[in-house]
Design a binder for this molecule. Sequence first.
Ligand code: BG6
Length: 509
Amino acid sequence: MSPVAAPAKPKATASSAAPAPVPGKVLPPFVMVIFGASGDLTSRKLVPALFGLQHEGILPKDYAIIGFARRPKKDEEFRREMKEGVDKFSRLRPVASGEWDKFIPRLTYHQGNFDDPAAYASLKKILDDLAKTRGLTQHIFYLATAPDYFATVVQQLAKVGLVRPGLPARVVVEKPFGNDLTSARQLVDDLQACLDESNLFRIDHYLGKETVQNLLYFRFANSIWEPIWNSNLIDNVQITVAEQEGVGTRGAFYDEVGAMRDMVQNHMMQLLAITAMEPPANLSSESIRDEKVKVLRSIPTPKPEMIPASTVRAQYEGYRQTDRVSPHTTTETYAALKVQIDNWRWSGVPFYLRTGKALTTRASEIVIVFRRPPATLFRAEFGDLLHRNAMHIRLQPDEGVHLSFNAKRLGKSSVQPVDMEFCYATEFGSYSPEAYERLLGDAIYGDSTLFTRADEVLEAWRLVDAVRHGWQDNPMALYRQGSWGPRESDLMLKADGNNWIDLDAHARA
Ligand code: BG6
């Protein structure tokens, strides 16, 4: 039995099995209220994504976007700020003024404090008017606030009757969903008291990435991988999300969170779950999420004595001097861990996860490392160490899949690893829709497949909490900015006779 109690079974709704929006399919009319609209996320990701959806012709004839935030501001100022964001961050820049002119009247601003009932009463009036005058009845409330306000905003919306179990209004929640298992459980209860789980859309923007969605297609739309996708042939699985940027201007936020809660609890656990899951019964959101949560439940909670050998926490040199970071901080900017999935498919196969800031390059990749071939025939020349076959599933950048295998060198009696390669840009051109476009489109449409369910989030917290508690007595490793992380991470794999596979040279396993 998993120590995380399963939340109430989500009610099946027509929307939960709805197909994802397809290009050319127009979404239904809606009003989106973005709470925390003065924040970075709104101008950097959300509004550029909505603008992108309009450009694709996916947004309906009529819709409205209301920015809700504390600072007093006129609509014009809000629109100007959003234009700056789109100019800087949209994939469609330079932005054609005709396109922007069509978009701009949709944007308005509503000033209010998140805990002020009067601000919600006036918001309700605006929404009632929009329903009456323009027939915009589908409400989507996007919580881009600090996590401490998630429950407050939803409770205030409930007080004025804008959300309620049984109502179709949806709430989209940004990460982090809670700070630990206890607070996440509380948040689940607080939100589920105000609306149905099926109308709660928890964002993990990695699920909106094309390459992450392709994992399902790659695994289950081909017959050749399934027979080898298990412990019979796979030696270990390595999941890396490396970032070249340091913490930059996000010191205050990041120092509270750290790599485990910022990246492992959500993005990396999702990547692990999709890589390791069983084939779902069908492609409905519930079937897919049922399989993902089964993987997470199969990971035993690490015991404190296992933490030193199976995890690494580290900080990059200079992190403590970052603006708005405590000079004595013990927050990790790098985390690596070894996870065992205790089920029939994966028994005995370590999954190694690593993520960090200020590393040598930006690269997100899943590497499936196959067992070493028996060297019998080639031992005389190459010893026991024939290269292992490895499948590199490159999520970003240079999106693609590479399979490395051994080949005879031309004209020589020697073995060389070579690469078989599928590259997105070559195959499909360079256009890749932003993750947030897909996710916002799905939230407007009502398809929750690419959002995380309460039970998945709680299972991930169970693991992350256990590691973080174990870390309290563990030393912090250091690493050089621009490196691949601390030596301790290499040693963790070496203890198993493994090594991190070089991500730049695909064929060397
Ligand atoms: C976010 C984290 O969720 O993901 C950031 O809060 C991180 O710290 C970002 O930089 C990475 O996302 P991407 O899409 O750039 O890989």
